[in-house]
Design a protein around this ligand. Structure first.
Ligand SMILES: [Zn+2]
Length: 407
């Protein structure tokens, strides 16, 4: 069965209004014995490690491979919920760090959880806050207990520990919570990355103990930087926790792209086959295809919306700056092959005009187009896997690919 055949109807159903329950916080009730987070693999590529499948969550299925739009502050910037559903999005991310600072998890819980608060009834995933603390926060102290940092909003002292991250994520109530990890910067010495790995593994154990919310899955995160022995050890330790999903972090943090490919090729085959594999922070077409060939299933990246807000469109694997004068008299669709709102209704000349005039709509339309492009690309990979032509169409660089032998 093609992953495409189900997704539109299910995405539409996923955003249909849900009956209210007197404003009471909703914790999905589980049928006895039913595991809400089953991952079923529906087809495999005979030449690579690519597979397509379905990750079942209490708020609907996520057909893999699939790109996940990032809704940092419980909004995919500039995109309204029905438009988001129109892109083919299934699981959407939100950031624990940002939501803890504003509006605070108590407000979200009061609304009945993140799905109700933001109006997205499809699957949601929250990150642990760790990546933002290490990359954005003014860190005062980091030790084995956790991290103390100053809020960039008001300078308040905030402590984030594995237990605190779990408590915040349980209050937010996404379908998937991420373990609190330490993501070392690039470059970092082997000793520093080894220390971050030890801490990440100890924190994962504390997350597992602290996490206690029915209807919410916890994913562990493999670290290890660019050091193969540390990556292998981290994959072994994190897989040992037997959680409903496993993520690989610490990629796309500034390392050369060849290094990123090497990590995907090394770590992909080390992940437990039966679990969904989430490659964090990666969302370019070529990198997603290389990762899918190594058995990765889920991806996220802020790039499509960030580029859209700055007037850049992803077309045919290129980045087009719509400010460019060459679009002024171009009355053809942005990408004639794209079914998104921007491409269905508008011309390059109109989008150029909106971006030049700094109209909000221009940023929204380009964000929608960029999201649609990445989602369409991951759906197309799934379809190719199901039809047995993934290696030929998407992975010609893989030694086992039939396409490789035609070169
Ligand atoms: Zn489009």
């Amino acid at each position: 069965m093609s992953p495409d055949s189900q997704s539109s109807a299910e995405a539409a159903a996923a955003v249909a209004p849900q009956p209210a329950a007197d404003g009471a916080p909703t914790v999905p009730t589980l049928q006895e014995g039913a595991h809400p987070f089953r991952f079923t693999i529906t087809a495999r590529c005979p030449h690579t490690r690519a597979r397509c499948g379905c990750f079942h969550t209490p708020h609907g299925p996520v057909h893999t491979p699939r790109f996940m739009p990032v809704g940092t502050a419980a909004t995919v910037k500039g995109v309204a919920i029905p438009q988001l559903a129109d892109t083919g999005a299934e699981m959407v991310l939100a950031n624990t760090y940002h939501l803890h600072l504003q509006p605070g998890e108590a407000v979200v819980a009061e609304a009945g959880g993140l799905h109700r608060f933001m109006g997205w009834q499809g699957p949601l995933l929250t990150d642990s806050g760790g990546f933002q603390v290490f990359s954005l926060g003014a860190i005062n102290r980091i030790d084995d207990d956790g991290v103390v940092f100053r809020s960039p909003r008001d300078g308040a002292r905030i402590t984030l520990t594995p237990e605190r991250s779990m408590a915040i994520q349980m209050a937010l109530g996404a379908d998937v919570a991420m373990a609190f990890d330490q993501c070392p910067p690039y470059p970092a010495s082997e000793a520093d990355v080894a220390a971050a790995c030890r801490r990440t593994h100890a924190w994962l154990e504390r997350c597992v103990v602290a996490h206690d919310r029915p209807g919410q899955a916890l994913f562990g995160i493999v670290q290890g930087g660019c050091y193969p022995a540390l990556r292998a050890e981290s994959a072994r330790v994190v897989a040992g926790f037997d959680l409903p999903g496993i993520a690989v972090g610490g990629v796309s943090v500034g390392e050369p792209v060849e290094e990123m490919h090497r990590i995907m090729r090394q770590v992909g085959p080390l992940l437990p086959e039966a679990k969904p594999h989430y490659l964090m922070g990666v969302g370019s077409l070529r990198e997603m295809a290389i990762a899918v060939a190594q058995g990765f299933d889920l991806f996220d990246c802020v790039l499509p919306t960030r580029l859209g807000r700055h007037g850049t469109a992803l077309v045919g694997g290129e980045r087009w700056n719509l400010r460019n004068a060459r679009f002024r008299h171009d009355h053809t669709p942005l990408d004639p092959t794209c079914p998104c709102l921007a491409c269905r209704l508008h011309s390059r000349a109109y989008l150029h005009h909106l971006i030049r005039s700094e109209e909000m709509l221009g940023r929204t339309l380009l964000s929608l187009h960029n999201l649609s492009t990445l989602l369409r690309f991951t759906r197309a990979m799934g379809q190719a896997i199901a039809e047995g032509c993934f290696a030929e169409d998407f992975a010609p660089w893989e030694p086992a690919s039939p396409a490789a032998h035609t070169w």
